[in-house]
Ligand binder design. Structure first.
Ligand SMILES: Nc1nc2c(ncn2[C@@H]2O[C@H](COP(=O)(O)OP(=O)(O)OP(=O)(O)O)[C@@H](O)[C@H]2O)c(=O)[nH]1
Ligand SMILES: [Mg+2]
Length: 469
């Protein structure tokens, strides 16, 4: 790793009362002296003039000097707090560049903090997530990870895993079967305990991933069913055009909303029908793509087509309601996958003597969720919200760990390997095989905190940070 000096304006661009320029590198005391004319005192706010090479005042503000290793990056860090105008900050930045610094890449300060062992990889990622958080819950969960809660749990599981590896690997050298039996029983218990802990972390991380990424919910159905009306009702905004003309929506309309703190990516689509119109055909093609990739499909159905639906949908009515999705039901596997993600929304109940309700309707031994609503007057929307939360097993994000797809993958891999080890110990398999499973589980956990990580992955993670962080 190169220890050249990096700098970046750390405050958001634009006008502000204060702007901060951040510098990190080796031996920054000299740079501080050149800029302020004063010997910098560690961790003490110095009110001073920042001067150019010719001695002219560039700005007046506060200089803070954090000598290595007691700084964010673990190197010398100099923070210059000046006035938050673009020109002032820019001239300060140019001066620091002239004094030997170079512009930092996005995330480079955090990357150095990671490489110098000040934070681990999940904590570095949590910094980015905290800055990007768009709800209080998301911010809280990022903060929980940043303060090391998540890392500690991973570490305590890793410590347990290490213990078991030591036990297994040392037992490999023993041939006495009495000792083996004793240890296998103990091993099985420990592995079961380990799995339970991993499951707990996995669930809290899954909640965090929901909080971070949200779930994609596509509104699909026949033309005029009321998809766009439902989109507008859910988002509380008149984003989508609503008319009584079938085939109004053609483009995919996407909107991010918070449904009581659960973030959703709502996607309104063109009504599914065969059309001679080129534009509408393209709209239907895009609708199909959106349906295939969505986490949840809300199949919007005009309830007035089913005047008796107050009694619940009969099998033939249900079959009829599901018809627009039929094109997708190619083979059994697709069918099951699609139906599992689908919720039938019987819309326009205001036109019939029907009360809002949520229930399950049965067809060919499969239960389908059905929610009766009116996008027009809003009745039944609370039931639809409740269904969505229940569908993703949303717990409100209170205990969530901020988590990314890569954390979930690594946790799953660790669980798989531990489960394999547990199964093998039950089958009295060779200890060498169990040892290998445990080693792989530990490697997977090491990837989360960054103990085992490739440079490519690091580059990928830090490049998504904002500049100055
Ligand atoms: N009475 C009543 N009318 C509704 C309701 N929801 C939608 N409508 C009406 O149904 C018509 C079609 O609504 P849209 O929201 O444009 O339907 P859509 O599914 O987006 O239609 P396309 O974009 O053409 O596929 C409009 O005249 C709406 O006012 C409802 O809950 N009750
Ligand atoms: Mg529409």
């Amino acid at each position: 790793m190169s220890n050249d000096t990096i700098c970046a304006i750390a405050t958001a661009p634009g006008r502000g009362s204060i702007g901060v320029l951040r510098v990190s590198g080796e031996n920054l005391a000299g740079m501080a002296r050149s800029l302020t004319g004063v010997e910098p005192e560690p961790r003490r706010a110095l009110f001073c003039d920042f001067r150019g090479e010719d001695g002219a005042i560039l700005d007046r503000g506060i200089a803070l000097f954090f000598p290595a290793p007691n700084s964010f990056t673990g190197e010398d860090v100099l923070e210059l707090q000046g006035h938050g105008g673009r020109v002032v900050l820019e001239s300060l930045r140019e001066r620091v560049l002239a004094l030997g610094a170079r512009q930092a890449r996005p995330g480079e300060f955090s990357e150095r903090a990671f490489l110098n062992g000040k934070i681990d990889l999940v904590q570095a990622e949590a910094i980015a997530d905290l800055i990007d958080a768009d709800s209080r819950q998301a911010a809280r969960s990022a903060l929980r990870t940043l303060t090391g809660d998540f890392s500690q749990r991973i570490q305590s599981v890793t410590a347990l895993l290490t213990q078991q590896r030591v036990l297994v690997e040392s037992a490999i050298d023993f041939s006495d079967s009495d000792i083996k039996v004793l240890q296998t029983e103990q091993l099985r218990q420990s592995l079961a305990d380990l799995l339970e802990r991993l499951d707990g972390i996995r669930e809290r991380s899954r909640q965090g991933a929901l909080l971070n990424q949200g779930i994609s919910v596509v509104l699909a159905g026949l033309p005029n069913a009321g998809k766009s009306s439902l989109m507008n009702r859910l988002s509380g905004q008149q984003t989508a055009i609503v008319t009584e003309i079938p085939g109004t929506t053609r483009d995919l309309l996407s909107q991010r909303i918070l449904l009581d703190d659960l973030p959703l990516q709502l996607i309104d689509t063109a009504g599914l029908r065969r059309s001679g119109d080129v534009i509408e055909r393209e709209g239907v093609r895009r609708a199909r793509e959106a349906i295939e990739s969505a986490d949840v499909i809300l199949l919007v159905v005009d309830a007035s087509l089913f005047p008796d639906c107050a009694q619940g949908l009969a099998a033939n009515e249900l079959r009829h309601a599901l018809e627009p999705l039929e094109d997708f039901l190619k083979d059994q596997e697709d069918r099951a996958d699609l139906l599992q993600r689908t919720c039938i929304v019987l819309n326009k109940i205001d036109l019939l003597p029907i009360a809002p309700a949520a229930e399950q309707a049965n067809l060919d031994d499969i239960d389908h969720p059905v929610v009766r609503v009116s996008a027009k007057n809003g009745s039944g929307m609370d039931l639809l919200t409740a269904h969505l939360k229940q569908f993703v097993a949303w717990e409100g994000g209170e205990d969530a760990f901020v988590a990314r797809a890569r954390h979930l993958e690594a946790l799953d891999e660790a669980r798989r390997q531990c489960r394999a080890a547990l199964d093998k110990s039950a089958e009295q398999a060779a200890l060498e095989l169990i040892a290998e499973d445990l080693r792989l589980a530990q490697t997977a956990l090491g990837r989360i905190t960054g103990e085992v990580t490739s440079d490519d992955l690091l580059g990928e993670i830090f490049s998504k940070f904002c500049i100055g962080k």
